[in-house]
Write a protein that binds this ligand. Structure first.
Ligand code: 13P
Length: 256
């Protein structure tokens, strides 16, 4: 990835797909296609029940395991929830927080996104914080305000040291699972706004090294263009991450 100046992270978000047996098969196919590629970080964010099998398969390899959510309390009477320590002990290194599907269907708010982020960072996990505007926001021309606000609130009380373990994924809600991708310029513009929010809070140096991903119908065809933009340091990939050839092609595009 000679012409990129910093770390690139390609993460697959499998969402609610793949039983443990299917996960085993998918990871072995992905691994066979990406092994030997070192220039970008590769993460698969899998359903909780797939974590043990995937973690044991990728241990010590270039593929890292991520979860798709985490609770903000350390333990206790929170039926159905999973703590950051539980994830850590199972070999998880990354966790997605505040995905728009969590915000849309499961009552996730900017406040709970912030609490989850803090709990995960405290446990030593890397966090992929998702932000993004809806179609109505974009049509009302408030994308900048919405994304800046979500970013600021997610990062409340996050220290500069902890910020080194935070990735921000810009995922316009209208582009998720729709086949509609933001143009390279649209995506880059909003990733630039996010970087400015980080710079205002943590300074330019940290903002420059912060990984900002684009997510929303990224695929084998459009990845190279998106990843060539100066503010886009990786991708958070849904549908295409379930197809080994497509996911590997995106990893390859990140190295070009
Ligand atoms: P798609 O790539 O399927 O649009 O999903 C994007 C996403 O939500 C990743 O978190």
């Amino acid at each position: 990835m000679g012409n990129r100046r910093k770390r690139t992270v390609i993460a697959g978000n499998w969402k609610m797909n793949m039983t443990p047996a299917q996960a085993k098969e998918l990871v072995s196919q992905i691994y066979s296609k990406v092994k030997g590629r070192k220039a970008c970080d590769i993460v698969v964010c899998v359903p909780f029940v797939d974590i043990p099998v995937v973690a044991s398969m990728v241990k010590g390899s270039i593929i890292k395991v991520g979860a798709q959510n985490v609770h903000y309390e350390k333990s206790g009477a929170f039926t159905g929830e999973i703590s950051a320590d539980m994830l850590k002990e199972c070999g998880v290194q990354y966790v997605i927080v505040g995905h728009s599907e969590r915000r849309q269907y499961f009552g996730e708010t900017d406040k709970t996104v912030n609490l989850r982020t803090l709990a995960a960072l405290e446990a030593g996990l890397r966090v992929i914080v998702c932000v993004g505007e809806t179609l109505a926001d974009r049509e009302s021309d408030i994308t900048r305000e919405v994304v800046a606000r979500q970013t600021k609130l997610a990062l409340e009380n996050v220290t500069a040291e902890q910020m080194k373990n935070v990735i921000i994924a810009y995922e316009p809600v209208w582009a998720i699972g729709t086949g509609k991708t933001a143009t390279n310029e649209q995506a880059n513009e909003v990733c630039g706004i996010i970087r400015q929010v980080v710079a205002d809070k943590y300074g330019k140096v940290l903002a420059k090294s912060t990984v900002i991903q684009y997510g929303g119908s990224m695929n084998a065809k459009n990845a190279e263009g998106l990843l060539s933009m100066n503010h886009i340091d990786g991708g958070l990939i849904g549908g295409a991450s379930l197809k080994p050839d497509d996911f590997a092609a995106i990893v390859l595009a990140a190295q070009e």
